[in-house]
Design a protein around this ligand. Structure first.
Ligand code: GCU
Length: 327
């Protein structure tokens, strides 16, 4: 203990001499909000990013992820990031679309040919400018993660074609594009946050919802809506957002390290995602879900005019074309 006291005293003396307080030696915590479980591919990818960040900043930063909506739903989480109350969050693209309509282009129905097309877009620099432009709202988008392809799932019977969707009330994420999308699929979109979906279907307020296989399985939605029909109608990104105040508090070097590592974590996330889909599907099936393959052509045709309707300025047009060109 004598030795320990000596060491501590010495550190304090040196620290004081250099003009530091002891706080300088403690890692700065980055609080990150996440709405799903700590087994989810995005949680794992973000955790890996956090470990690398701690390592590469020599312990100056430490990431703490709060899963399962502990810090609120995505809309609340984004507001916390925006105000600087927390530093980071993963939120679905529609939430950011509500700040800037140009984001809607990223999640148009059938804009990606499949996962590898989306991966090519998200690992390119095509979206960098758009992602930086949200600084005017007090946050920056660091990178995009995949959340697979979304399909319809319902309570009563599978969906084979557009006429099956008639009169169906289906939960969608809270944005114009998502509501419009449900109409072109033939049904009615009901905007709602993720946490309320299970009981809304159970109580009959909704006929179903639409989501990827992993979320469908993780949130046990098969219990209330056992018919999963692979319409694969849209691939909606999730965005890793960071508070602008926080970014400005970092040294230039650490900020660049954080940006590079975040961007790099997208590839990790895609890999984990692709490995997990089959497992999620099997899990849902073993718990009573039925998966039905759907001919997507009629849905694709029906949603084509939506692409034209929602692309209203030259920036969106240019982005749409560059995304398609990578397909
Ligand atoms: C997906 C997505 C989430 C989103 C959810 C939803 O799971 O990854 O970010 O919250 O869909 O439908 O709300």
């Amino acid at each position: 203990t004598k030795k320990l006291i000596k060491t501590v005293t010495l550190a304090t003396v040196i620290g004081t001499a250099l003009g530091f307080t002891s706080i300088t030696f403690a890692a700065t915590e980055i609080k990150a909000a996440f709405n799903q479980s700590d087994k989810h591919p995005q949680y794992l990818a973000l955790q890996d990013f956090g470990n690398k960040l701690t390592e590469q900043t020599e312990g100056r930063y430490k990431l703490a992820i709060y899963p399962n909506e502990l810090l609120g739903d995505q809309r609340a989480a984004l507001e916390l990031v925006q105000s600087g109350a927390i530093q980071m969050a993963i939120v679905a693209n529609p939430l950011v679309e509500n700040y800037d309509k140009n984001f809607g282009v990223l999640a148009l129905p059938y804009i990606y040919n499949g996962p590898s097309h989306q991966e090519a877009v998200f690992t390119s620099d095509l979206l960098d400018e758009l992602f930086e432009s949200t600084k005017r709202f007090g946050f920056e988008v660091l990178t995009a993660y995949t959340a697979g392809a979304r399909s319809m799932y319902t309570k009563q019977a599978p969906v084979d074609n557009i006429s099956d969707m008639k009169g169906k009330k289906v939960r969608v994420m809270q944005s114009d594009t998502m509501i419009n999308m449900l109409s072109c699929m033939g049904g009615t979109g009901v905007p709602m946050s993720q946490g309320e979906v299970y009981s809304a279907i159970q109580q009959g307020v909704l006929d179903g919802a639409e989501n990827n296989e992993i979320t469908y399985a993780d949130l046990k939605h098969y219990e209330v809506a056992p018919y999963y029909s692979t319409t694969s109608h849209v691939m909606v990104a999730d965005l890793v957002v960071v508070s602008d105040d926080f970014m400005n508090s970092m040294s230039k070097e650490d900020r660049e390290t954080l940006r590079t590592l975040a961007k790099g974590s997208t590839k990790t996330e895609f890999n984990i995602w692709n490995q997990r889909i089959e497992e999620a599907k099997k899990f849902a099936i073993s718990n009573g879900a039925t998966f039905t393959d759907v001919d997507v052509t009629p849905f694709q045709k029906s949603c084509q005019p939506l692409q034209e309707k929602l692309i209203t300025n030259p920036q969106q047009q240019a982005m749409f074309q560059s995304i398609r060109a990578l397909g």
